[in-house]
Each structure stands twice: as C-alpha cells, then as structure tokens.
Design a protein around this ligand. Structure first.
Ligand code: S3P
Length: 171
C-alpha cells in the first residue's frame, strides 16, 4: 500500500537528506523530490548562480513557492534545502502534508561530508568546524521546532537510517 503522507527531510547541509531520500525512493518506491535540483531546473542555473545573480531572498521565495505547490501530493519523500525550516510558512506547509524528519549530524561529520563540494554558497570559504557549529546553533531551535521526529546520522549507514525514517510514516 502506498503511504498517504509525505516525508520531509530537514537538517543542516550535509546531514544526509539527499542520500536518505534516494534510499526511500529506491527501496520503498516513494516519489523523490530534491528541492535544490527542482529549483535549479526551474531557474535554469545552479544554486550558486541563483545566489550570486538574484540573491538569497529570491532563492528563499522560490523555496516557499515550490513547497506550497506540493500541497495535495502523496507518497513523496522531499529532500529539503537546509534553510527551509527557517520560515514559518514553510513549516506550516510541510506539517499539513506530511511527517517532518530532522536528520542531525555533528559539525565534524558535516565538515567531512561537505568539504569537497562547492555547490553550497553559504559554506564557501567557511569549511571549518567553528563556522558550521555556529550556524548550526543559530538554526537548531528552528529545526527542532519544525520537526515531528529527529534521528542522528553520525556513524550510521543509509539503510539503517532510511528504514527507521520509513517507520516514522506511522507517526
Ligand atoms: C542551504 C542549503 C542548501 C541550499 C542552499 C542553502 C542552507 O541545501 O538550499 O545552498 O541555507 O542551509 P542542502 O541542505 O541540500 O545542501
């Protein structure tokens, strides 16, 4: 039976949202939406260029627009951009149509996962534990308030996390 609800994966950059979403898609046949990829497709340019040419507020508007367009959909796993839970309107939209799962990771784990990637404008020039910890602490309250459920990803494999997250659909 296909789930009626959606799963929204939230968390900091490098928390493993895309990896877990891909697993839920492949293993449980959920429809997979990668918010960053969808916005890149719609805008015809990479996230870094959207930030550079149009600015962060423009990008944040596109995120909200995309989330609102998902209301009414079912059986989706949505890998949210790391900034999505910072807006109340986004949180309301997610809660209306699914379970919000906060994937956590320690700053050291995050750094390890993001250090060779250059697609995240907010981390360029700041690839260090101090900066990541600071931004994470600034956001933690919002992430926790948005989440229905939370799971730690440090040192765990995708299969274990993905299977656990799938059980959250029953919540
Ligand atoms: C951002 C996270 C990124 C992307 C953009 C901003 C953020 O997504 O949306 O670079 O504010 O945390 P990922 O969390 O998928 O890396």
């Amino acid at each position: 039976m296909q789930p009626e609800k959606n799963i929204f994966l939230i968390g900091f950059m490098g928390a493993g949202k895309s990896t877990v979403a891909r697993y839920l898609h492949r293993h449980y046949g959920m429809e997979w939406l990668e918010m960053d990829k969808e916005i890149e497709k719609r805008e015809g340019m990479p996230i870094s260029e959207i930030f550079r040419l149009k600015g962060e507020p423009y990008f944040r508007e596109r995120e909200t627009e995309l989330l609102l367009s998902l209301v009414g959909r079912k059986n989706m796993v949505v890998s949210c951009g790391g900034g999505v839970p910072l807006r109340h309107q986004n949180v309301e939209a997610m809660k209306k149509s699914g379970v919000v799962v906060f994937l956590t990771a320690r700053p050291e784990t995050i750094l390890e996962r993001v250090k060779d990637n250059h697609d995240r404008p907010l981390l360029e020039g700041h690839k260090d534990v101090e900066y990541i910890s600071q931004l994470l602490e600034q956001r933690r309250e919002k992430y926790e308030a948005a989440a229905d459920v939370l799971t730690a990803t440090d040192g765990r494999d995708t299969e274990e996390i993905g299977n656990e997250v799938y059980t959250f659909l029953g919540k």
